[in-house]
Structure formats: structure tokens, C-alpha cells
Design a protein around this ligand. Structure first.
Ligand code: FES
Length: 103
């Protein structure tokens, strides 16, 4: 974790939308919308996998590892992908480059 940063940037790959700056600790599902990102969300509680992404890069910090419930779902929907995460379960604490599997 980088204690000197209050904001982090999210970049999308491919770059379909402009990068976004969000506050440390921001929950992605509360800030990413159909207008500012390629992501779609369903349950927002970690059970539907609509928000499945790959975290391609993280800089200036490191995301917390997935909790057990997230890990269990990732083992079902993306078993061979070590970069897979559920966007709705991420609290921002690093600059991220993410790829959305839904598009
Ligand atoms: S929106 Fe359902 S798991 Fe993230």
C-alpha cells in the first residue's frame, strides 16, 4: 500500500473509455457506470460474476487478495486466470489497468 496517495487511476484495456481517478478505498461498483466504463454490474455482492475483470497491471500500491468467497467464485468462472477479480469486490488502493471480460 502506498500511504502517500489519496487517489488512484483506473485505465481500461482496450482503452474504450477515458481513465478515471477515484479516491483511495473507492468501491468500484459504486463509481463505475455504463457511461464512464465498459463494466457492467449485476448483484454487486460477489455472487453473479457479471463484473469479472482481469487486473492486467497494478502500480503504486497493491490490491488486497480476494476474500474466500471471491476466491471460490473465481475458481469456478476463471479457474486458470490468476489476474481475474470481481470488480465489485475491489476497494481501490493502487493504480489499475483492467480488462472487462463481458465485452
Ligand atoms: S456484480 Fe455480481 S459479482 Fe460483481
Amino acid at each position: 500500500m502506498n500511504p502517500h496517495r489519496d487517489e488512484f487511476i483506473i485505465r481500461f484495456s482496450p482503452p474504450t473509455h477515458a481513465p478515471l481517478w477515484l479516491q483511495r478505498g473507492a468501491v468500484l461498483s459504486e463509481h463505475l457506470t455504463i457511461d464512464n466504463s465498459p463494466l457492467l454490474f449485476g448483484c454487486r455482492t460477489g455472487i453473479c460474476a457479471t463484473c469479472l475483470i482481469a487486473v492486467l497491471a497494478q502500480e503504486n500500491g497493491e490490491l488486497l487478495p480476494p476474500a474466500d468467497d471471491e476466491k471460490e467464485l473465481l475458481e469456478i468462472v476463471a479457474p486458470a486466470d490468476a489476474k481475474a477479480r470481481l470488480a465489485c469486490q475491489i476497494e481501490l488502493c493502487a493504480d489499475l489497468t483492467i480488462h472487462y471480460y463481458g465485452k
